[in-house]
Write a protein that binds this ligand. Structure first.
Ligand SMILES: Nc1ncnc2c1ncn2[C@@H]1O[C@H](COP(=O)(O)OP(=O)(O)O)[C@@H](O)[C@H]1O
Ligand SMILES: [Mg+2]
Length: 237
């Protein structure tokens, strides 16, 4: 019996239930998302594609508790986070979510290792654990020889790999990436995406990646297409 229950996984890491978003009001009102329902299971790598302005970043921001929806509910690991306070949302982000954006946004006056340690400090990890995990991640992302470098001493690809390592530093269940490879050449882009996939599969996390680069979509288990704020069904694509 117990075995059967265990096998009934994979667990849901993120659920959007009829989530919609309207920006502004009156004359300036823009419907960025019409009601969207989505369930992301552990171990899943999801791609989001769609033209500029179709609502991709809005969807990712809502999924990552950076933005509140106008309607609908959001569940992170089965916890309803829709009506949490700002402080509680920050806590969810810190504990459960790793963000990667197009630009690395590293802190200029921190070394590579310090960029990661900083996250662990926010989370209240011991220095010893933080040091150990940072070293492990930097090795995984091929950055062991750069740990004491500052961002200005790194190439674009290295900076982005630091940003990705940093996104994993809080050991998040859910990785949300908005055009993570847009500033990289195709060789680096491939490396970065493969590393993300490896982390997702090996450590039973989930990832949602927005990309314009069709070559990167082969890592995805599912690809969602947005157009004018709506998820297209396969026969609409
Ligand atoms: N903060 C905002 N205020 C008003 N409108 C916004 C805001 N952010 C995005 N929008 C609008 O919402 C729509 C979807 O935007 P976005 O989610 O950024 O699309 P994408 O990431 O697919 O380019 C667009 O029409 C955009 O102009
Ligand atoms: Mg966008």
């Amino acid at each position: 019996m117990t075995t059967e229950l265990k096998n009934s996984r994979p667990t849901s890491l993120l659920k959007l239930d009829q989530v919609s978003k309207v920006y502004g009001e009156g004359d300036t009102e823009v419907t960025a998302l019409y009601p969207i329902t989505l369930d992301v299971k552990e171990g899943e790598f999801i791609g989001i594609v769609g033209p500029s302005g179709s609502g991709k970043s809005t969807l990712l921001s809502i999924a990552g508790a950076l933005l509140s929806p106008s309607k609908g509910n959001i569940y992170v690991s089965d916890q309803n986070i829709t009506s949490l306070s700002e402080k509680e949302m920050t806590d969810i982000r810190l504990k459960r979510i790793g963000f990667i954006f197009q630009f690395a946004n590293l802190v200029p006056f921190l070394t590579v290792k310090e960029q990661l340690i900083y996250i662990a400090k926010l989370k209240g990890e011991s220095k010893k654990n933080a040091d150990k995990y940072a070293a492990h991640l930097l090795k995984t992302f091929g950055l062991s020889h750069r740990i004491n470098h500052y961002p200005r001493q790194l190439s674009g690809g290295e900076k982005q790999r630091v940003a990705i390592a940093r996104a994993f530093m809080n050991n998040p269940d859910l990785i949300l990436a908005d055009e993570p490879t847009a500033s990289l050449d195709s060789k680096r882009a491939r490396e970065v995406v493969d590393m993300m996939k490896h982390q997702v599969k090996k450590n039973k996390k989930a990832a949602i990646m927005i990309t314009h680069d069709e070559k990167m979509l082969d890592v995805c288990d599912r690809i969602l297409t947005l157009r004018d704020g709506k998820l297209l069904t396969p026969n609409e694509i």
